[in-house]
Design a protein around this ligand. Structure first.
Ligand code: HAM
Length: 427
């Protein structure tokens, strides 16, 4: 390790073969559930115009202000690596006239995002998200469905002690009023705030509510709460959302301080946690988060389109799956190992391997090795049920030896019948 010249960049990580099965499993569950709920998959480019996130995610958010990977291209365009999916998917919705398709339109995505964060447990500079978005439906039933989908995926992955925190942050009518109220409240208490919140009080006052600094907690406890200042429509929407949640088995808590760190939200916001973390006294980090964003599509120049979505961090799930010792079935086991000695045997084996692939029987081989002993020991190690041996003589005679690894019995069969004979014995 010491002499390795190149290393991954700070906060970036390789996903090694031993971790791929977690990613594969998560992808499998996400795509099955997406399909069940009638979501269609979308892939958007990793690179976008920087303004998409400046405007969408929001100029005053940490993500844009401190964490965005942005740069100028050789052609002079100012672009960014996506820090999240939502603005890209909203852009695609408008760009491809998807408002003309039957609504609500449900889309999902799975891929890497980039944020220049201070690396720490569960926080990387390149991380993967899966993301669900519903466009064109204002009924709070879809807010509940979005929460339910993320909950169901995590549940299906056997993550324990899941809980969803929910809140409403109002809309264009009541949010500005509440922000003013909170701003006035903070103005008189400036000296009791941490340095970040003194800035937030001016630029992004709602973010004060999720400040974790000890200094700000007493001020927070006395602060006016948004739920007391929602307009009638937002109040009704939130009440109805909670009633829908009550119909599901999702455990949820009301968190009046939950505001989320992105600018586009209106009304419903939520985050999903595994309460396992709390016991260990490590900072609580969300597995996923989402909410409603009824203004974004219009703000981007599209038609007035209500929308709601969620994103969940894949690495955070993998870490929890490991911590909670969650087991899932291994990949399809290798049933047959193919050994060969000499060039002619290798040639015949290459062809034989293809026949097994077509018959959907998983075969492993080590074409690079020429010692029968080494090859058999590999077959033992991977616990193959049968080993096929194509020696020099067998290659000349058009034969192959099938060795039952359990009993040690061997049978010589013709190359053409090899697949059929193995199939028979596997049954
Ligand atoms: P977000 O809360 O910024 O929301 O991110 C969602 C999830 O991505 C987080 O809960 C976390 O699991 C994961 N995540 C975020 N940053 C990192 C990081 N640096 N390292 C590892 N994992 C991370 C969004 O991205 C919104 N687009 C969600 C949404 C979709 N809202 C509406 N639609």
């Amino acid at each position: 390790m010491k002499n390795t010249k190149f290393q991954t960049l700070t906060g970036m990580h390789d996903i090694l073969p031993e971790d791929q099965r977690y990613f594969d499993k998560i992808y499998e569950v996400v795509s099955e559930i997406a399909d069940f709920y009638d979501f269609e998959k979308i892939e958007t480019p990793i690179l976008e115009d920087v303004d998409l996130f400046n405007k969408g995610t929001g100029q005053s958010t940490d993500i844009v202000k401190k964490e965005m990977y942005s740069f100028r291209t050789k052609g002079g365009d100012f672009i960014a690596l996506r820090p999240e999916f939502t603005p890209s998917i909203a852009r695609a919705y408008i760009q491809h006239g998807m408002n003309n398709r039957p609504q609500p339109l449900k889309l999902w995505a799975f891929g890497p995002c980039f944020r220049y964060e201070r690396p720490q447990a569960g926080r990387y500079r390149q991380f993967w998200q899966f993301d669900f978005e519903i466009f064109g439906e204002k009924n709070p039933v879809v807010d509940a469905q979005i929460a339910q989908i993320s909950y169901n995926i995590l549940k299906e992955l056997k993550i324990k002690n899941l809980v969803i925190e929910v809140n409403s942050i109002g809309d264009n009518q009541c949010k500005p009023y509440y922000k003013k109220l909170l701003g006035n409240y903070l103005r008189n208490r400036n000296t009791s705030l941490c340095s970040d919140c003194r800035i937030r009080a001016k630029e992004n006052v709602l973010r004060f509510l999720d400040c974790k600094e000890e200094k700000c907690q007493p001020v927070k406890a006395q602060a006016p709460q948004i739920l007391d200042h929602l307009c009638d429509e937002c109040k009704a929407h939130f009440k109805s959302f909670l009633e829908f949640l009550d119909e599901t088995e999702i455990p949820y808590n009301l968190n009046p301080y939950l505001v989320r760190g992105l600018d586009y939200y209106t009304r419903t916001v939520f985050e999903i946690f595994s309460s396992e973390d709390e016991k260990e006294n490590i900072p609580k980090i969300a597995l996923g988060g989402g909410g409603r964003y009824d203004n974004l599509v219009k703000f981007f120049g599209g038609k007035d389109t209500p929308a709601c979505g969620v994103a969940v961090g894949v690495e955070r799930i993998v870490e929890l799956m490991k911590k909670q010792d969650i087991k899932f079935s291994k990949k399809k086991e290798v049933e047959v190992f193919l050994t060969q000695l000499g060039d002619l045997a290798k040639r015949k084996s290459l062809k034989l391997l293809e026949e097994f692939r077509k018959a959907n029987i998983k075969v492993s081989e080590s074409f690079g090795r020429d010692s029968l002993k080494a090859q058999l020991s590999r077959a033992n190690k991977i616990e193959a049920k049968f080993t096929l041996i194509v020696g020099q003589k067998e290659a000349l005679d058009g034969k192959v030896i099938i060795r039952d690894m359990k009993t040690g019995n061997q049978y010589s069969v013709s190359l053409e019948n090899a697949v059929k004979e193995v199939k028979k014995r596997l049954k």
